[in-house]
Ligand binder design. Structure first.
Ligand code: SF4
Length: 336
């Protein structure tokens, strides 16, 4: 009973002091204060894009930083959170991949990114309907499956009715393809799966997503087919970044559809126009090319919406996160 009360104060009312927990006795409040802290990491940079996207640079107690991004839409609000400071995977199109891995985030540091966004959006107490954060995606900095235990613990807090109380259908974990942990993720974490595919041949994917050299496309798509809980009503999302003359031909689109059918995947494809960053080795495909690519996939019965870039002006778009991004000169940012 006491645990429920404390969780309710923390996760549904957003309090940061035990002394504010009115239905807890003074003596227990003191005991809690002596043994625990409720705090938020500092937000060292806060930017709002011209399209309403908000980016938080969050500094944790040891001084390390990670970014999270809130993307408002008409019918939803998506919060993209980080699971690591930096990343080991070095995907070639991703700005985070240029920053070496510093460390995994703890479960509380992962959850605290949601608490910070809810503070900012004024979502206390938890609204019974009309929440501003309707969806959470683990697509920020880092590979979530390389921080399995902390991500699992954090997601269980997000899903818990006495925690953040978010349906698992509204939480998506994105992996670059850590094949050995995918089945376990489906079973133990049980959220929607997104896979950073980005190429349809091993030759190209080896370069774009180097983890492919360890777990090539055949192994990845077999693991997707076996992902617990995936079915037509809960499809796996394949993220596909559109890179000019690299992965955006008609043949690539047809091959992508062929793979989805071959492995009988309940899937949809998210086409992501490449978001540039300083020194990026790629260019975004032309708009007509992206539309053609999308229509070819649609024609074969697979959904392939184009994800409109959000927050590019504040380097908050997909693949642009990096905790050092605050150091980019304004002139450089303008060029992007
Ligand atoms: S795309 Fe994801 S896994 Fe790849 S380098 Fe970027 S953060 Fe890491």
């Amino acid at each position: 009973m006491r645990t429920s009360q404390v969780w309710n104060w923390i996760y549904h009312r957003g309090v940061t002091e035990f002394s504010a927990m009115a239905n807890i006795s003074k003596s227990l409040q003191k005991q809690l204060e002596a043994n625990f802290i409720i705090s938020r990491p500092d937000v060292t940079s806060y930017q709002i894009s011209e399209d309403g996207t908000r980016k938080y640079l969050v500094r944790f107690r040891d001084g390390n930083e990670a970014e999270s991004v809130f993307i408002p839409d008409e019918d939803r609000g998506t919060l993209c959170i980080s699971s690591q400071v930096g990343c080991t995977l070095n995907c070639r199109f991703c700005y985070t991949g240029t920053q070496r891995l510093v460390r995994n985030l703890s479960a509380n540091e992962i959850v605290s990114q949601i608490m910070i966004a809810r503070d900012d959006l004024g979502e206390w107490p938890t609204p019974t309907d009309g929440r501003k954060i309707t969806n959470i995606v683990l697509m920020g900095m880092g590979e979530p499956l390389y921080n399995f235990e902390n991500v699992k613990k954090a997601v269980l807090i997000l899903r818990d009715p006495e925690g953040i109380q978010m349906s698992r259908r509204r939480i998506t974990l994105s992996t670059a393809g850590v094949v050995p942990l995918m089945e376990r993720a489906g079973r133990e974490i049980g959220v929607n799966l997104a896979v950073s595919l980005h190429a349809v041949t091993d030759e190209v994917r080896d370069k774009l997503v180097p983890i492919n050299r360890k777990y090539p496309i055949h192994e990845l798509l077999s693991a997707c087919r076996d992902y617990p809980g995936a079915h037509n009503a809960r499809r796996i999302t394949f993220e596909y970044i559109m890179l000019k003359d690299i992965n955006d031909s008609d043949a690539d689109a047809k091959k992508l559809v062929g793979l989805i059918h071959k492995y009988e995947l309940p899937a949809k494809v998210n086409l992501i126009p490449f978001n540039p960053w300083p020194g990026a080795p790629y260019e975004c495909s032309d708009w007509e090319r992206i539309e053609k690519f999308s229509s070819l996939i649609f024609k074969s019965g697979v959904s392939a919406p184009i994800r409109m870039p959000r927050g590019r002006d504040i380097m908050a778009a997909c693949g642009q996160l990096k905790s050092a991004s605050i150091k980019i000169k304004a002139s450089e940012r303008k060029k992007l």
